[in-house]
Design a protein around this ligand. Sequence first.
Ligand code: NAD
Ligand code: MG
Length: 380
Amino acid sequence: MKKVLILGSTGSIGVNALNVIRKFPDKFEVVGLTVNSNISVLKEQIDEFHPEFVVVKDEQKAKEFSQILNSEVEIFSGESGLIKVAQSKDFDILIGAMVGFAGLIPTLEAIKRGKRIALANKETLVVAGEIVTRLVAENGSEIIPVDSEHSAIYQCLIGENLKEVEKLILTASGGPFLNKDKSVFDNVTVDEALNHPNWKMGSKITIDSATMMNKGLEVIEAHWLFGLPFDKIDVVIHPQSIIHSMVQFVDGSIKAQMGLPDMKLPIQYALSFPERFENDFVRTDLPLINNLTFFEPDFDKFECLKLAYQVLETGGTAPCILNAANEVAVDKFLKGLIKFSDIPKFINTALNKIENHSNPDIETIIECDKLTRKFVNTLN
Ligand code: NAD
Ligand code: MG
């Protein structure tokens, strides 16, 4: 029986993780759940999964919650609560399902204790990949990717020698604007950008998919997970999202992992690895899917993808600046304050304005994140 702590249990990945865990009551036990502020959904999750402890990040909501909750569960609050449970509570697997930079510090605390990290929160690797991977190695921790592309690559690499990999090929759906001209990016609405063709996800990653920043973040994530340089990580547009990613070897052979666009499978794999558990999820019906197509990405249209490759090449705090600027810009776009086309502009401005630090320690990264947010908040 593995004890599981889910950071971000009320989000799209968190809820799907609970959908997986519900199917395997003899294999996994939920010991902890954390949320930002959604206490009504948290209440339902507590009633069903009976965790020992929860964290409500929002202090006010945490107070409210402690007054209405009549169960044994221990309640923590604030960022300090997140850090405390990651540092001191008993669990075997942390599911990193929080969105954004906020997931970094609690995840690092679990890594320092040698835990398994089932990682969806790609921003953690984007902003601090060097520190995260070093601490994983030093503490006997392990990261099993939940992101579907990286889960695919992880599965393709089983039994292979990393030295014999020629390149990684990340597939991208292309998002809702794949077939739109760049000229419309000044006028697309929030609803249009949130209308992803294949995946139902949280709003931040859905906008990232529309700008293709999501694929850019995934290139950086792949670099840290698999240790390959940026020029050995390719992106190919594959609108059907059936091939989740591929590995090409030095002899030209390509291995691909396939499945329906459903996060339950990569979540389950990150929990069950190195085993595979039998399940009753819907199977991939290839004749029904009928055709799989592939295109080159358009780097001029999707500037965010180009910027992500650039910051990976630059290194230092450049990926942290890119991530923080993107988080603020996406938030502003979702609130209707800026245009869709402003997102890459703001990121570019931040990258030009904010000083890059090489080999940053964690304090430098936290400082850089704060500084970038403050700066991008002044842009309009
Ligand atoms: P979401 O917005 O649906 O959920 C985010 C969760 O984190 C919620 O439970 C929320 O309460 C919590 N949270 C948000 N901000 C917080 C904060 N500041 N402090 C504490 N908790 C906070 O997001 P999602 O779509 O589930 O994505 C989560 C992560 O997984 C992201 O990093 C995303 O890139 C990655 N991911 C998601 C998918 C997907 O299908 N949704 C696929 C691959 C990777
Ligand atoms: Mg992905």
